[in-house]
Ligand binder design. Structure first.
Ligand code: NAD
Length: 487
């Protein structure tokens, strides 16, 4: 481990530091890991690979920085976070180019909205923390007030899809609430978060307030969540990893939120606008289906299956698989050769177990996989019950609302649900009956940042978004004073 000037890798014309960002300095590790570009499989950079020693250094930096950051108060912290947001906006092109090379999300989406959402997260949480009004009331002869106390150093662990935006989604409320942070991005797309450390430094965040540690989940991630000085753990990733992280958080008696996978139903009723429903259903292949909220189980009312499928196939035929830097591309390659194997394995097993592959079901070169539709013969089939996280949808039919809801609620997950109907009554009934953290009616992915966000069942624990996230990163205290006893 050294704390000299860290090397940089030039990625898409942008210099990206390859070390950790700890206590306001670049720190290297003796070991490294390679990040590759999904676009052509070429190695992009050798990234510092943290072990326990670097993680300990980062947590201690966050611990040391905590008292002064907490004492700054919401307005003092907001000034820093607004500067960081401005810098993100000023660096959209660099961040988008690097994330596109590292993760292969469509460049035009990154430029137009995904990176800007990062800036919005910082602004939004900074302002919400300032606007918070402590609740006062009188009861039992006492005067009561609820106070938010910053919780301490927070561990933030993020997945490889939309790594920059999802990291800001968690670090923004943590920092606004007065926590200091150690962020561990995913090893398959570490680069844009390396730039986040650089921007935090440029924005003048005090050393140790935001630290970025790079490394492998089972090593750096595990050491981070198990560190005794960590007071909050916020995780987005797979359900299996959440079990490990939850155990580590429990050992230290630390509150833990988990935003996990989904097998989300996409319900189409006979009274729906079928053109809109089919276009949105085919849109679930965008970003190669590597979106946790995607509606991957199409559930269509039997009487409209044929006209729906006609429209769905036409919309899917219009997809363009290609280089994510090209404006014409709509479906990008999968993130990593191991992930391609995983996705292909799901489809191969489905086919072998008698599920009907209606379209796709094949690799198309490089890390691409064809948009795939499977008609299951069995609702208990693996392809219906488990998250694939790729361009693979299933299609099933239902006869009435009860059957639609029963199918929608028939997996262990419950992240999102999408409902297409023109009936207000049905929108309300089905919206209430589906078990999920969010239910969209006749739309998808539109989110108000102040709304609660999370999953039920194996899709998550706890809620982030708006005041829910600020509460999570705070210890709420009730101050109670005997009336008339103080002046
Ligand atoms: P993953 O669980 O493999 O990894 C997520 C993060 O956890 C990575 O940073 C990884 O390094 C780290 N990690 C792995 N093992 C660890 C351990 N033992 N201790 C500590 N950290 C560890 O998930 P992924 O493959 O990166 O991401 C895809 C998953 O994330 C999908 O299931 C997807 O649905 C989910 N996801 C959910 C949301 C949401 O908001 N609900 C958003 C995006 C992605």
């Amino acid at each position: 481990m050294s704390t000299t000037t860290s090397p940089v890798a030039t990625v898409a014309g942008v210099d990206v530091p390859t070390g950790h960002f700890i206590g306001g300095r670049r720190v290297d590790s003796a070991r490294t890991f390679t990040t590759i570009s999904p676009i052509d499989g070429a190695p992009l950079a050798e990234i510092a690979r943290a072990g326990e020693e670097e993680v300990d250094l980062a947590v201690r930096a966050a611990h040391d920085a905590f008292p002064a950051w907490a004492a700054l108060g919401p307005a003092g912290r907001a000034a820093h976070l607004h500067r960081l947001a401005d810098l993100i906006d000023a660096n959209v092109e660099r961040l988008a180019a690097v994330e596109c090379a590292d993760m292969a999300m469509l460049l035009r989406s990154l430029r137009a909205r995904v990176i800007a959402r990062g800036a919005l997260n910082y602004r939004n949480y900074a302002d919400l923390a300032v606007a918070y009004e402590e609740r006062d009331w009188r009861s039992k002869g006492t005067w009561n007030r609820v106070q938010r106390m910053p919780a301490g150093p927070a561990a933030v662990i993020t997945p490889w899809n939309a790594p920059f935006m999802l990291s800001t989604w968690k670090t923004a409320p943590a920092l606004a609430a007065g926590c200091t942070v150690v962020l561990k991005p995913a090893e398959w797309s570490p680069l844009s978060c390396s730039l986040l450390g650089e921007l935090a430094d440029e924005a003048g965040l005090p050393p140790g307030v935001l630290n970025v540690v790079q490394g492998i989940g089972e090593e750096a991630g595990a050491a981070l969540v198990a560190h005794p000085l960590i007071r909050r753990v916020s995780f987005t990733g797979s359900t299996d990893t959440a079990r490990h992280i939850g155990r580590a958080a429990a050992d230290n008696v630390v509150p833990f939120t988990a935003e996990l996978g989904g097998k989300n139903p996409f319900l189409v009723f006979a009274d729906a606008d079928l053109d809109a429903a089919a276009a949105k259903a085919a849109g679930q292949y965008d970003d190669a289906g590597q979106v946790c909220l995607s509606g991957t189980r199409l559930l269509v009312e039997e009487s409209v299956l044929e006209p729906f499928l006609e429209r769905f196939h036409a919309a899917t035929d219009a997809h363009v698989l290609g280089d994510p830097r090209d404006d014409a591309t709509t479906v990008s390659p999968l993130i990593h050769p191991d992930h391609l194997e995983r996705v292909a394995g799901f489809v191969d097993r489905a086919r072998a177990s008698g599920q009907r592959v209606v379209r796709g079901g094949a690799r198309t070169g490089g890390l691409f996989y064809a948009p795939t539709l499977i008609e299951p013969t069995d609702n208990d089939a693996e392809i219906v019950q488990n998250e694939v996280f790729g361009p693979v949808l299933t299609i099933q039919t239902f006869r009435d609302e009860d059957e639609a809801v029963a199918l929608a609620n028939s997996t262990r997950y419950g992240l999102s649900a999408i409902v297409y109907t023109s009936s207000l009554g049905r929108a309300d009934r089905v919206g209430r009956a589906v078990r999920s953290g969010v239910a969209w009616v006749n739309t998808f992915l539109v989110r108000d940042l102040t709304a609660p966000f999370g999953g039920v069942g194996h899709s998550g624990i706890g809620r982030e978004g708006g005041d829910h996230a600020l509460d999570f990163y705070s210890d709420l205290k009730t101050l109670q004073i005997l009336e008339g006893s103080v002046r």
